[in-house]
Design a protein around this ligand. Structure first.
Ligand SMILES: Cc1cc2nc3c(=O)[nH]c(=O)nc-3n(C[C@H](O)[C@H](O)[C@H](O)COP(=O)(O)OP(=O)(O)OC[C@H]3O[C@@H](n4cnc5c(N)ncnc54)[C@H](O)[C@@H]3O)c2cc1C
Length: 483
């Protein structure tokens, strides 16, 4: 089979992949966009809240930066947070120029929502809580119209190809053996929260890009940092794991325990709220707590209300049973602030990447913004890569082993909201490689911080501030300092 040739190969068609493809094409590059799944199966499609950007007169990028750093619990890479906060307004402007219509208030100004950990209203949204759906629909249409972008839909990347002659990425291999030679490969394959059995993520979010990068020798980082969303529906009626956006708590919804008592500040950062719910469930032996959104205007969140009604819950009259679920992988393929991975020619953007921006706890709605801010930077750097080297004569690798329900259950049990050495060691021989890498990262961080809570090390260790657990090919986890 003859290899295809392109300048930039983008793997993944969520918010990050679509936007990288558009930005690279705008810079005049030829782009191949590879997407394994139908568009509706990306996490981006399901995003409800929106994108965080400091746009109000009483807000500023400095405050957005401060909130990001505070939420990240001493582990945020400040250079990345600074870029995000400063460049977020321009990303919103660019999306608007591309034709995205964000929700406006009665005076025609952008309507900005409030979410946990934010000290100001700064969440831009579209169609109420249908932001992801609108974004993906618009960006996909633009990509489809662009002659410089070749779309390979329903195709899965199975290996990142490394040149024989030098330590450099030469392209990507797809299922069926098709190879694409490219000057730059941008992985935008999304997160890994669907590795856990209770999750808000679509089934495909199993970190495939992390494994491809790791096998090609790129460094991974912060795999122990998996954010649990506090309020996913806990119901046997088909809606289990459905996320009830934090923006609803921003509009006044309350969390109540079985006796109807409030027990947490609903707008505290996610790690605090998730942990408080987990503890209250343990104390009361209840499978969930209740979200009281009866006083929230249902017109603000039409698709959430519709989804709940479809599951037999009327949120205007009834309490909604909720419990934490695995939601967002803060760790991923270690990159610099231009999206460059440790293997030259390889880039990562969006949830599969780890710039260090989110530290130990992602601030709500910073992830979509990250896709756009860092997507643009990565596209710019990727289009400047020199001609690709020759493809390897004997490419290694094949698809990773299948992920079993047993591995997913084990990860939930032993690397869930709280973990300890004994449990994590149970994962050391798991058949799925990423489960083993997550467990060894969690073992290497002997402290509790943000999303990573160790029963056997309940305190935060200040000596680990700004330290990230990194894993290079075949190497043991190491603690690297990132600023
Ligand atoms: C229910 C829900 C609500 C959320 N709400 C918000 C929110 O309001 N605000 C916010 O900022 N964030 C939110 N998030 C998080 C945010 O949606 C994601 O972090 C972000 O959309 C990730 O975008 P992405 O492009 O990196 O990955 P994704 O959107 O997951 O896209 C990954 C793409 O890669 C493809 N892919 C994967 N592996 C391969 C492979 N081997 N070969 C080819 N293609 C592959 C997939 O098919 C998919 O197209 C939410 C997440 C969920 C699940």
């Amino acid at each position: 089979m003859r290899p295809l040739e392109t300048q930039v190969a983008v793997v993944g068609a969520g918010a990050a992949g679509l936007y990288v493809a558009l930005c690279a094409a705008r810079e005049g590059a030829r782009v191949s966009l590879i997407s394994a799944m139908p568009l509706a199966e990306s996490s981006s499609y399901w995003a409800q809240g929106g994108l965080a950007a400091a746009l109000r007169e009483d807000d500023s990028p400095e405050r957005h930066f401060d909130d990001t750093v505070a939420a990240g619990r001493g582990m945020v890479r400040e250079s990345a947070a600074h870029i995000l906060a400063v460049q977020a307004p321009a990303a919103v402007e660019d999306l608007t120029q591309l034709g995205l219509r964000f929700d406006a208030d009665r005076r025609g100004r952008l309507a900005l929502g409030l979410e946990g950990g934010h000290s100001a209203r700064r969440i831009v949204h579209a169609g109420g809580a249908a932001t992801g759906r609108r974004l993906i629909r618009e960006l996909s249409a633009l990509v489809a119209q662009d002659d410089r972008i070749e779309i390979l839909e329903g195709r899965r990347a199975t290996a990142v190809l490394k040149a024989d002659s030098e330590q450099r990425c030469a392209g990507v291999q797809l299922d069926g053996g098709q190879q694409i030679r490219a000057a730059a490969v941008v992985l935008a394959t999304g997160g890994a929260a669907a590795l856990w059995s209770r999750t808000t993520n679509p089934a495909g979010a199993t970190g495939s890009g992390l494994l491809l990068a790791h096998r090609a020798g790129a460094t991974l980082a912060d795999l122990e940092m998996l954010q649990f969303h506090p309020t996913a529906v806990a119901s046997p009626n088909g809606a289990d794991g459905f996320l009830v956006t934090e923006a609803i708590r921003g509009e006044g919804a309350r969390l109540l325990d079985q006796s109807g008592e409030r027990f947490v500040d609903e707008l505290a950062p996610r790690d605090e709220v998730a942990r408080a719910i987990g503890r209250r469930m343990l104390d009361t032996h209840a499978p969930s707590v209740d979200l009281d959104m009866r006083a929230v205007d249902p017109a603000l969140f039409p698709n959430v209300v519709t989804a709940l009604r479809r599951a037999g819950i009327d949120p205007e009259r009834e309490l909604v049973p909720v419990a934490p679920a695995a939601h967002y992988m803060m760790g991923g393929i270690a990159t610099d602030i231009e999206g460059r991975a440790s293997l030259p020619g390889l880039y990562a953007v969006g949830e599969c990447s780890c710039t260090g921006l989110h530290g130990a706890n992602r601030l709500a709605s910073n992830s979509l913004t990250e896709c756009f801010v860092f997507g643009r930077r990565a596209a710019h750097a990727a289009t400047a890569e020199p001609d690709p080297p020759q493809l390897p004569r004997d490419p290694a690798g094949g698809p990773p082993p299948p992920l079993s329900a047993g591995s997913r259950e084990a990860l939930w049990r032993y690397a869930g909201l709280e973990r300890d050495r004994t449990g994590l060691e149970q994962l050391a021989d798991d058949p799925y490689p990423l489960v083993r890498l997550i467990a060894s990262s969690a073992l290497a961080r002997a402290e509790s911080r943000g999303a990573h809570q160790r029963r056997d090390f309940p305190e935060c260790d200040p000596a680990l501030d700004h330290r990230h657990v990194t894993i290079a090919e075949n190497g043991p986890p190491e603690l690297a300092e990132w600023r």
